[in-house]
Design a protein around this ligand. Sequence first.
Ligand code: UTP
Length: 230
Amino acid sequence: MRPILVKRVVIKLSGSIFRPEEGAKPITTIINLLKDLHSRGVQSIVVAGGGISARRYIAVARSLGADESSLDGIGIDVAKLKAKLLVSGLGDLVHPRVPESLDDAAQAAEGGRIVVAGGFHPGQSTNAVAALLAEKTRADLFINATDVDGVYTSDPRTHKTARKLSKVKIGELTSMLLEGGMEAGGYDLMDLVALKIIARSKIKTRLVKCDAGVIEDATQGKAVGTLLVS
Ligand code: UTP
């Protein structure tokens, strides 16, 4: 099978790559990747995850008595803050505003520049934001870049026999998530809303390690991480 020619890609970045305490270095590699993709004529629509800092803020607010949708609001804001960090390093190549909604983001994408989003509305994760954006903008590829390098048969941290899958059926992944059989950050890998969107619109989706080189390989059609199949 010939690799598809990618003109527009949606990349969900794990919140863990934004580590401001380490200065600009961790995100500079991602900024360089996005610039490189742009120079090759590939438009990136990026979604920043909230990561550990979102979880910490949410935990504190929960202990203070906040309701669930307010907690989601905090997660959305943390993801947007990370998106703003990325925007600040992309100059004229990026749409200057972090979009507030799916329509807002899709309209921004029409301009042809890189678009960087965070969260949209309560009740979902940034994985769903990314899947919705891939659907809405008819992206050629959705790369979900996470803390792990793919989907395993079981938790590789506790099962020595765990095997990385080069492909996984969306139905199987849905069952694994529902059974809670993916302790290595199951929710981080993909959420159920995202899987539903991917299935209904047959979005070509790859789950990979959040590393600039690996993401680059995925855009070039290399078989990195785990491919979702119907
Ligand atoms: P994330 O999607 O960033 O969670 O959203 P995550 O799984 O920690 O992502 P990684 O680890 O960075 O990849 C953080 C929280 O923000 C809220 C949810 O509460 C989510 O758990 N959120 C995010 C929303 O409510 N709506 C959104 O559109 C996005």
